[in-house]
Design a protein around this ligand. Structure first.
Ligand code: 5GP
Length: 138
């Protein structure tokens, strides 16, 4: 399957659509998920094109995982979490909906299930949560 440069995350990287940015380095970019399944749910993506894990280079995967770990620590601190769930889906049959490689980072607490998918966040709440994560990264 080909990488489509018109996917929504490619548009976020090109600043063609708004997003709540949390972090970037030379190789990766991190922003809030617009339909969070937990408070602090964020997405780590490579800055270069990759459809998913299956066509990504080892360098892209290594850069993403290093940032996933950094964000895991940040969301644990920001939300006083007890754990972190990392999700990553490949192709539609694997649960992928946006075809630019991404890792979901979800802070978790005992006994608190993830919310069902598909509910749009309140943007003020999302910004407050992003502020907490940015402060934890500082
Ligand atoms: P997946 O492809 O792993 O199934 O999920 C894609 C994720 O991207 C979903 O969690 C969804 O909420 C999120 N998402 C879809 N469109 C946008 C968008 O325009 N902005 C942001 N920030 N997140 C999005």
């Amino acid at each position: 399957m080909q990488y489509d440069p018109e996917n929504i995350f490619a548009k976020i990287l090109r600043a063609e659509i708004p997003n709540e940015k949390l972090y970037e380095d030379d190789h990766t970019y991190v922003f809030m998920d617009i339909m969070p399944r937990a408070d602090g749910h964020c997405l780590v993506i490579p800055k270069t094109p990759a459809r998913n894990m299956l066509d990504a280079s080892p360098e892209q995967l290594a850069a993403c995982i290093a940032t996933v770990q950094k964000m895991g620590h940040a969301v644990m601190k920001a939300f006083d979490a007890e754990g972190v769930t990392i999700q990553q889906f490949n192709e539609a049959a694997g649960g992928q909906e946006v075809f630019h490689l991404h890792y979901h980072v979800l802070p978790r607490r005992e006994g608190l299930p993830m919310r069902p998918p598909g509910t749009m966040a309140d943007f003020d709440v999302l910004k407050d949560q992003a502020d907490k994560i940015r402060a934890a990264l500082a």
